[in-house]
Design a protein around this ligand. Structure first.
Ligand SMILES: [Zn+2]
Length: 142
């Protein structure tokens, strides 16, 4: 069944956290924004941790090393896990670019991409394993 579309389970994100991601992404526009989403011990998303884009680029991102390290330390301290990595596409479609796919090293993590080129902006959710991209429907909950 190669080439078939795999229907993945819906992913739920509190709408307040989606707003937090979008507000951060808008605040650094036209640069790409990036950061982490932590989950609690039950696997529910619990915190947004923005990280500076060290490249300060409108088309690429790389998390500032020290901030990323501190964010991971905070996760461990709180007993959280890494739930998602988010970044923004200030102008282009919120779909993983070839670079996003090549640099996706966390198969167990969601990749959230915020597309700011549309009104309203949208967030889409992907899993990237060995260069293979699957999308999960993202449901915003209250
Ligand atoms: Zn990207």
């Amino acid at each position: 069944m190669s080439g078939s579309r795999h229907l993945r389970p819906e992913v739920r994100l509190p709408s307040a956290m989606a707003s937090e991601i979008l507000n951060h992404c808008q605040s650094v526009r036209p640069e790409e924004a990036c950061g982490l989403v932590a989950a609690d011990s039950k696997g529910e998303p619990v915190a947004i941790i923005p990280v500076t884009n060290a490249l300060h680029s409108p088309v690429r991102y790389q998390m500032e090393t020290r901030e990323q390290f501190d964010a991971m330390k905070r996760l461990r301290r709180e007993g959280w896990s890494l739930w998602a990595i988010f970044h923004s596409h200030p102008h282009s479609e919120p779909a993983p670019s070839p670079t996003d796919i090549r640099l996706a090293f966390y198969p167990d993590c969601h990749y959230l991409i915020a597309g700011l080129g549309t009104d309203p902006p949208v967030i889409r959710c992907f899993t990237i394993v060995d260069g293979k991209v699957s999308e999960s429907p993202l449901r915003l909950i209250s």
